[in-house]
Write a protein that binds this ligand. Structure first.
Ligand SMILES: [Zn+2]
Length: 181
């Protein structure tokens, strides 16, 4: 069961930056073995990536496959914000209004709770920039797409795996207004 040991070590405590960096270093070597077992066989990975808790299952699985592949290539990547509670999103919304000066300006960056895909478990913000850039280039293999021009960190399931991503929206407000939600 050497393979399970590797998985456990990789998905261990990664809640702070220091251990994440350590994990990223370990991952380059360790994940290669884990990915073989996960990627080819099942529809869902055996161990989900840290930060995927509460996401819709398809997004949690797709992000896990993608981040495993990124790390196998030595690319650092992690979720900075995934599923958010109603209360968390309301606080972000209040902060954004204070920061940007008006609800209209804030909506370009943060949506109210009832409109946010994060509250529905349908979006992930990732970092660092290098990891996000990798995901923007390769995420379509798992259906993951960057969705907004003004947010390099924000990804959603937005295409059929293996097909190109749709054009990005200028920002979250434009899409929310266009969809009428
Ligand atoms: Zn986001």
């Amino acid at each position: 069961m050497a393979r399970s040991k590797v998985r456990v070590r990789f998905t261990g405590p990664m809640s702070n930056l220091a251990s994440r960096l350590t994990c990223a270093a370990l991952a380059a070597g360790a994940v290669a073995g884990a990915v073989v077992g996960v990627g080819s066989a099942a529809a869902a990975p055996a161990v989900l990536a840290p930060g995927t808790e509460g996401l819709v299952p398809g997004l949690a699985a797709s992000y896990t496959f993608a981040s495993n592949e990124a790390r196998a290539q030595g690319i650092p990547i992690w979720i900075t914000s995934g599923k958010r509670s109603d209360a968390e999103q309301r606080q972000l919304w209040r902060n954004a209004i204070a920061t940007y000066g008006s609800p209209e300006a804030a909506r370009r960056w943060v949506l109210p709770a009832e409109e946010s895909p994060h509250v529905r478990g349908k979006a992930v913000d990732v970092g660092p920039w290098e990891g996000a850039a990798w995901l923007e280039r390769h995420g379509h293999r798992w259906g993951l797409c960057r969705t907004f021009v003004n947010e390099w960190w924000h990804f959603e399931l937005a295409t059929t795996p293996g097909t190109p991503c749709p054009p990005m929206w200028p920002d979250a407000a434009v899409r929310a207004d266009r969809r009428g939600n």
